[in-house]
Design a protein around this ligand. Sequence first.
Ligand code: NAP
Length: 270
Amino acid sequence: MEFYGLFGESLSHSLSPTIHRRIYSAWGIKAAYKCFEIPSLELKSAVDALRTLSIAGVNVTIPYKEQIISYLDELSQLSKELQAVNTIKNDHGKLIGYNTDYAGFDLIFKRRNWSVKNRRVTVLGTGGAAKTVIAYLRDQQAEEIAVISRSPERFEDTKMITYIDYDALDTLSGDILINTTPVGMYPYIDETPAKESVIRSFDTLIDLIYNPNKTRFLSLGEKNGKETANGLDMLVGQAVRSVEIWQDISIESSLVDELISELQRNGIDI
Ligand code: NAP
């Protein structure tokens, strides 16, 4: 039996144990997955405990994806580039950090045959998830990226990326609008990070939130005939990629599709 888990601060609503146990059972992996709520001051000793207790790997979530880096032995190229780790593998005592959120975000596009190539994309928010999203958009050759922040002056524009505020969003149009802020997440389900007039100016809406399963942002999109996707594929995609890294296997897409349908059928609202 191998032991895995999730490091974070507040995990009572996490879907990760359900997703991981379902993957283990489908693959005949003898493993257990447990949430570990860790106070900030205990993070280093929690990482040390991975070695002491021979825990084979953990996922890492808010607020530790950046802070945990300094306690690891090695980083994958991608996690180094993004400076964010959401997966740790314990390789005979050597702790290696990975980022599987990137693969999770990619799954949203793969499952729908969507592409960002040559498209004008607007990203709401500048936190950890936004960094992963922006790197993906850049790698996949989006035509231009506008990033909306409550305080854009903290960031420097590049040739491809422009940082603007929410007032400027009112006059912006584009192809894809992505919410990476927590606005609209349970229990604040009546909130939306962009008003309907803004939503009308885009063709496709993606919300990284998966609880509720349909945010007000996505409902307004549907009402206006837009393509929409929530964050469930990303959540499942990052979990699957973590298991692939831990077990050194490749999980077929049919199992991933099945798992996502099952979660949708059973309702993921918490
Ligand atoms: P984070 O690091 O706290 O960043 C969130 C960003 O959103 C902030 O940097 C901020 O940008 C903006 N923001 C925060 N509160 C806001 C408010 N009240 N109004 C407007 N903007 C606000 O969080 P994160 O880790 O990036 O996660 C963000 C969201 O993505 C969460 O809802 C999380 O659940 C979701 N997520 C989903 C997945 C998935 O697998 N589906 C994975 C990762 C994250 P500015 O200060 O620049 O405005």
